[in-house]
Design a binder for this molecule. Structure first.
Ligand code: GLU
Length: 174
């Protein structure tokens, strides 16, 4: 069972997310990742397969500084437990980030419809389609939080979701 941890506040988000994920380790997982919007408004992601220690090493060698972000421990259901399939996932612009807990039963038709519209996918997970659905709603003029809500309405199955967006400072939508 995966874990989701979000942080928005005055402390170092990287430390808070890694501490949050370590508290969720007991749930079981096969890979982990964090995404942070840095102080200069840039989105950065670090992911690692295997134990949380691998992600901590990754962050130690390439630190992230920011005040808000998302963390995820994954229990793979769609796609092997690789770094590429670890969450967080992003859309085509690389500005929207999503973590997902659960299984999307209708991801095949949604992925086909999004591919037809020109979306490109970089993982084999069911979860990645959520980023592209949100991207689609934002490009049709919806606000970030409305786009997350509408994307959620398109999904069948089980879905705990949290999302951040480079263009929506200090906002975590869950
Ligand atoms: N179905 C998603 C995946 O395979 C999420 C799994 C989970 O809940 O960790 O990536």
């Amino acid at each position: 069972m995966c874990g989701i941890f979000g942080y928005l506040g005055n402390k170092d988000a990287s430390e808070m997310l890694l501490e949050g994920l370590s508290r969720l380790e007991y749930r079981g997982y096969d890979s982990a990742g964090i995404a942070i919007i840095t102080k200069d408004g840039q989105l950065s992601i670090r992911k690692a397969s295997g134990k949380l220690k691998n992600l901590i090493n990754e962050v130690d060698s390439s630190p992230l500084k920011g005040q808000f972000g998302l963390g995820h421990t994954r229990w793979a259901t769609h796609g092997a437990p690789t770094q590429a399939n670890a969450h967080p996932h992003t859309d085509c612009t690389g500005e929207i980030v999503v973590v997902h807990n659960g299984i999307l039963e209708n991801y095949v038709p949604l992925k086909e419809a999004l591919s037809t519209k020109g979306h490109a996918f970089s993982s084999s997970t069911d979860s990645e389609i959520i980023c592209h659905l949100i991207e689609d709603y934002i490009s049709s003029g919806k606000s970030f939080d409305e786009a997350v809500r509408l994307a959620g309405c398109d999904l069948q199955g089980t879905h705990g979701i949290a999302a951040i967006y480079e263009k929506a400072p200090n906002t975590v939508v869950a």
